[in-house]
Each structure stands twice: as C-alpha cells, then as structure tokens.
Design a protein around this ligand. Structure first.
Ligand SMILES: [Zn+2]
Length: 284
C-alpha cells in the first residue's frame, strides 16, 4: 500500500500549521487477521478504506495450517500485505507434527513466524502441547532468521522462560509480543531479549490503566501499533468487527497518553516494524 506514501503526503514546505485537519500519518498495521472469514464479504472495501486512512502495510499472522494458502493468496492480491506463517496456541487440537515440517518450507516469502505462543486464559489441559508447538516454532524462526509473532495470554512468565535459553540472536530483533498486557518489569525483560511490544484496541479503553501505564512509560523504540482486526475493536467501536483503518484511534490514544505528537509515534512504530519484519518499504 504505497500509493499514498509515494504521493508525498508527509512533507510540506509550508510552516507547521496548528490546524487539526492535517492528513493522518501513514501507519503499518503490524498485526491483522486479514484472512479472517469475517472479511470475506467486503475485503476489498476494508482494504481500500485502509489505504484511504493511510495504512501503508499490513502484517498478517496465521492461525492454522489450512489457512496459509489463503494468506499467501492475499499477499499476491493486495499491495503492501505481508504474511507470517505459524500455528496459534488456541488451535492446538488442529495442529500436527506434519504442519511443523510444512511450516519450515512455507517461509520462503514470509516476514515472520507466528502467531505462536502460549494461552492460559481458559482451559490449560493442552498446555504441554502448546509448549511443544511453541518451542518448535521458536527453533524454526531461529533457523529461518525470521522474527517471532507471539501470543502470550496469561502466560508471559512461561513465554519469557522459554525465550531466554533459546539463543535467538537475530540482528533485526527477535520478534514481537502482540497485544502486550504484562508488567513493566516483564516488558523490560522482553526488551532485553530484543523483542518489541505491540499495542492495539485495548489501549483506547478508559479503564485500561495497566496498559496506559505501559504505553506511557515504555521507550518508543520498543513499541509498535496493531489492530488484531477483526478482533479487539477500539472503545468507540466496541462490539463491531474491528478494521485496520481504526488503528488511528490506537495511535491517538497512545499520543494522548504520552503527550507526544501522533507523527512521532507513527514514525517510531513504522520504523520498528520495517526493521523487525524487514519490510521492503522506506522508513521515512
Ligand atoms: Zn492475532
């Protein structure tokens, strides 16, 4: 999605205006399930609305093996759409060892491995199985020199314990914990392991004090923005299907909380995403 960007909407020779009608800054949605069936009826419209809202690129993480081909197809159909492939912990009953073998061969044009990780939110009877698939994907990502896209619900200590000895040593960063919701201390341990932390819709809720504290205090160099659409809608759209264009509400919330201009935050998030996923976009 480079049209708007190449049209030169960012720089202006005029003095900085205090007008609030300025174009919204270009953004990368670093985590969107654009393959989700909930977009099947109007995916073109969602995509074009995203472009109109200045979304330059999207990273699609995968959930289960049988959806990989759809994601791959979307990357050829839409400009600026990049794929990650992986096996999500919530769908462990659908994954097989064969899928792990196939994953290693699926990464040819991928920008990451994921969505993988651990989820202890509901029933944890399959936790051992979740660990096996996560560990295997950590190894696959290391061998492929790709960043991990990690889902860690109620499981950050376990995830950190598994990442620590993994000897991931990727020069562009080891991955991202998406929709981060841990403590400041956990955030810093993950930053020390060269992980980014991404934030989406939950930051827009007035009562999300823990997340507010995180986005206020963490360094911008460690942060990225995401939607996780069609899930995790921002507060104003609670109950609706989330869309990539609403990433601006996440951006606005982070800007307000930090007291920093939206452009500064957008530039940092984009820069971090381009570096981590090695996206073929310019960082300006
Ligand atoms: Zn996700």
């Amino acid at each position: 999605m480079s049209e708007r960007h190449s049209a030169g909407t960012s720089a202006s020779p005029e003095p900085v205006s205090v007008s609030t009608s300025a174009m919204p800054p270009d953004l990368i949605d670093t985590h969107i399930h654009f393959d989700d069936d909930r977009f099947d009826t109007d995916r073109d419209r969602v995509y074009h609305n995203a472009i109109d809202a200045g979304i330059r690129a999207m990273v699609i993480p995968a959930t289960v093996q049988h959806r990989w081909s759809k994601i791959q197809h979307l990357t050829t159909q839409y400009d600026g759409v990049f794929a990650a492939y992986g096996l999500h912990p919530l769908f462990c009953d659908q994954h097989t060892d064969q899928h792990l073998d196939q994953l290693s061969h699926q990464l040819h044009r991928a920008v990451g491995v994921g969505e993988c990780g651990l989820d202890k939110h509901k029933d944890t009877t399959d936790l051992q199985r979740q660990r096996q698939f996560f560990e295997a994907q950590i190894n696959i990502a290391r061998d492929a020199n790709l960043p991990l896209i990690i889902h860690a619900r109620n499981s950050l200590e376990d995830v950190i314990d598994m990442l620590k000895p993994a000897a991931l040593n990727r020069s562009h960063g080891n991955g991202v914990i998406h929709s981060f919701n841990g403590s400041i201390q956990q955030a810093h341990r993950l930053i020390d392991l060269h992980f980014k932390l991404s934030f989406g819709g939950p930051v827009t809720f007035a009562n999300a004090r823990k997340i507010h504290k995180l986005v206020t205090n963490l360094p911008l160099e460690a942060m990225m923005l995401e939607t996780d659409a069609p899930d995790q809608s921002p507060a104003q759209h609670r109950g609706s299907r989330n869309e990539p264009k609403w990433i601006h509400e996440v951006l606005q919330a982070v800007s307000t909380l930090r007291g920093e201009p939206v452009d500064e935050i957008a530039i940092a998030s984009n820069h971090n995403a381009i570096a981590l996923f090695q996206l073929p976009l310019d960082s300006g």
